[in-house]
Every structure is written in C-alpha cells, then in structure tokens.
Design a protein around this ligand. Structure first.
Ligand code: SF4
Length: 431
C-alpha cells in the first residue's frame, strides 16, 4: 500500500483543499504517513501571500534533499507558489518532481499513482478552478465548505488575484449536497469559504440566497460562518439573512485593512472609512448581539501618523473582539510594491505593536462586560488542567473553559453560564 504525506501552509482555503486531497488518497486505498521520511509521495501545499511564507517553503524544500538521498520518493509542490513561480522553482529545488498549479490540485492523486509506477505523467492544465466533491475530514465536527475561488478586486498589496485567478463560484447544488453530507456526519459548524464570499454568483443565485438555502439543510449543524466577505459587497439582503437565520453565527469577520480613506484608496479597497463605519452601524442596529472580527494592516506606503490614528479610531468605534493585525510587506508583482513613501521596517513594527496593545486592551474591556449569562458552547476537548472541566467555543468564536455537570464529549453543544473572564478565555459552568 503506497503512502502519502501532505504539509499545508497559508489560508483556510489551502487547508480545505488539503483535506479534500487527503480524502481522495484515503478513498483510493493509500495510507497516510505521519512524517515525510515514511511516505512514497509528499505534497507541499504552499502559500504566497507574503515573502516570509515562501521563504518558509524554500526551507521545507531543502529538508527533502537528504530524505530523497536515502529513499525513493516523489515530491510534489502545489498551491499559490506553484502559480506564482511555476516550473522555475525546480531550478533552485532540483529535488522537486512536480509543480502542480492550484487549478490542477485534484489531479495530484493521478500524478502520484503514475509516479509510484515510474510512469511519466503529462497533465493538461485546467483553465478553470476545480472544486472537489467534498472537503470533509473524517471525524471532524467543524468543516470548511469552499463556495468560490479567486478574486477580481486587485487590492494593490495583494498577490491572490494573480495566483488564484478570476472569481469562480461553485454550483449551489454541489454545495447543498455537501452541507447535507456534513450534517449527516454530525458536523456542528461549517464555514463557507472564498477569498470574497459575498460576491458569490451562480446563475441567478447570489450569496444571501445561497446562505439561506444552506441554513435549510442544517439540522445537526448549529453554526454557519463565512470567510472572507468584502465590505463593498455586504448587501442589505445579506444583513437580513444573518438577522433572520438562527443558524448563521452572529459573529462576522469583516476585513477593514485601514481606517484612513486616503490609504483605503491607495489600497484600491473600493470603500471609504465612512462607508465601512456606516455598514457596521447598519449591521449593529439590525442585529444588536452581533460581534466582529477584523483584518487590519499598518505601515502601508504613505501612511502618516494621522492615518494610523484614524485606524485606531475605527478600531475604537467598532470594538472588535478578534483582530488579525499585520504590517505591510512589499509583494513582488503587486502595484503597492513599487509605490513611493515606503516606511522603514522598525517604524512598521512599532506601529503594529501600538495597534496590538490598543486592540488587546479594547478587546479585554469589551469581553469583560460580556462575561455573564447562559450561552451555547461547542465542546472541543477536555481541559488539560482539570478533568472536571471542558474547553469549548461559543457562537462568537470565543474560548470558554467550564465545569461539567454531566457526561459530555467533543462536538456536544451544551449550555454554559459564564462567570468571569480569565485572560482571553471565559470561565463558566455547565447548566
Ligand atoms: S479582496 Fe483584496 S485582499 Fe482579498 S483576496 Fe481579493 S485582492 Fe486580496
């Protein structure tokens, strides 16, 4: 029995695609190896969003040279780095056997089979993205459901449109079929995935309509989440569906990137800080218990101290309980890479630290006020420190550790009374 090994880097989309690949290999009778030294075929599913991500991959590629000296093995690289650099990667990594673009990921099993039989493989490159039938990972109770791939927005700092191509939306029948399958498997939460989920469009069906249809399939599934929406495509219809559909988790991740309209323009984000804030106000007034997560970037070329203050003002006004914060990195192939007024690295780091300090304090004060009442919690795992406690997560993606009063297991949904906040985790008791 041949064996495979997959290492995955980058975004949730890459994780979902690796899960689909793993299911294909296992479904075809292959054995999953625990480490690269034990496999016949190794697959590196790469990320190109920042240079640091690629540098890590070059390091990983280097670690395969000694392995391949002592063992016959096929090494395959796929993911966004394959699309950005192509076959040239092999010039600097001769230990690599195949470079497989994103659109051809599902062909990797065929390539692996042929490679194990020492047959050469010629594959025709897919022009369009190929969605897998399922992205389910056996035994998991949280699952990703890709609904679209690619992006048409061309934010000036982002490499994604150049490596993942134009937006392609998945057939809704296939999505609903997968959601029914996941529901039958006892999955409790799903995340609809895409680089720009709310520009989903397949025939007449748009994202709010799809979200409504997905909720209708959910019995065992308690929470439906989606990642990542773009503020410019966040319609009133979508707000209505989030408000009305009990299954839609009332925690929304809306990337902001900057609180300065001038910087948002330079980023080509297609909305102003005022428009972003009025969207948030509209959602808050329609769904009072809603909470938000955000993506924020500091240190973009030309960002002044005043621009940065505007970012802090928006963070303060909205009040995020979760934030992904980073500083701008030049990405070859993007427009921002050639922009003037680039800040020195240390200044970017200082600004990021100031942002993180601000956000940690802000989130702590918000969460402190939310540490009460009974909430539904998804059980994740027994507490390592106390056998009478369970670790879980609530609808707002917040961690909860709680005393149990009955036999519970991971994937159970239980009611927990929150008592207080300990660091970033709520402490409570099952009721
Ligand atoms: S919306 Fe902008 S940041 Fe997001 S994937 Fe598309 S181009 Fe990149």
């Amino acid at each position: 029995m041949s064996s495979f090994y997959i290492e995955t880097y980058g975004c949730q989309m890459n994780t979902a695609e690796s899960d689909a690949l793993e299911a294909l290999f296992l479904g075809s009778g292959w054995k999953k190896a625990d480490k690269p030294q034990d496999c016949d075929v190794a697959i590196i599913n790469t990320c190109s969003v920042r240079q640091s991500a690629e540098n890590r991959i070059w390091g990983r590629l280097g670690s395969y040279t000694p392995i391949k000296k002592h063992k016959k093995m096929t090494l395959i690289l796929t993911g966004c780095m394959a699309d950005r650099l192509g076959e040239d990667i092999k010039k600097d990594a001769p230990q690599l056997d195949y470079v497989v673009p994103v659109n051809d990921k599902l062909k990797i099993l065929k390539i692996a089979k042929a490679a194990c039989e020492d047959e050469e493989v010629e594959f025709v490159h897919n022009q369009d993205y190929d969605f897998a039938v399922s992205y389910y990972k056996e035994g998991e109770f949280s699952s990703f459901v890709p609904i679209m791939n690619g992006c048409n927005n061309f934010c000036s700092y982002c490499i994604v449109p150049y490596v993942r191509g134009r937006e392609v939306s998945r057939n809704p029948e296939q999505i609903l079929e997968e959601v029914r399958f996941l529901d039958s498997k006892g999955v409790r939460e799903i995340t609809l995935l895409g680089q720009n989920v709310n520009s989903y469009k397949y025939g007449e069906m748009n994202f709010p309509q799809l979200l409504q249809e997905v909720c209708k399939q959910c019995k065992s599934i308690e929470w439906v989440r989606f990642e990542s929406p773009h503020p410019k495509d966040f319609s009133d219809d979508l707000i209505e569906v989030i408000a009305k559909e009990q299954k839609v988790a009332k925690h929304i991740h809306i990337p902001m990137q900057s609180g300065s309209t001038g910087i948002l323009k330079a980023m080509n984000r297609k909305y102003s800080a005022e428009q972003y804030l009025s969207l948030i106000e509209k959602i808050k007034s329609r769904i009072p218990k809603i909470t938000f997560a955000v993506d924020v970037m500091v240190g973009f070329p030309g960002e002044t101290e005043e621009d940065f203050q505007q970012t802090l003002n928006v963070m303060d006004t909205v009040g995020y309980i979760e934030a992904y914060m980073y500083y701008w990195n030049p990405r070859k192939g993007t427009r921002a890479c050639d922009m003037d007024n680039q800040m020195p690295e240390n200044e970017k780091q200082e600004r990021l630290q100031a942002l993180i300090d601000f956000q940690l304090n802000k989130a702590a004060s918000i969460k402190e006020k939310r540490a009460y009442g009974v909430q539904k919690v998804l059980c994740l795992s027994p507490s390592r420190d106390n056998a009478k406690q369970m670790l879980g997560r609530n609808e707002h993606n917040e961690m909860v550790v709680f005393d149990i009063c009955s036999v519970v297991k991971p994937s159970d949904m239980v009611n927990v009374e929150l008592l207080y906040l300990n660091g970033n985790t709520y402490v409570g008791r099952q009721v």
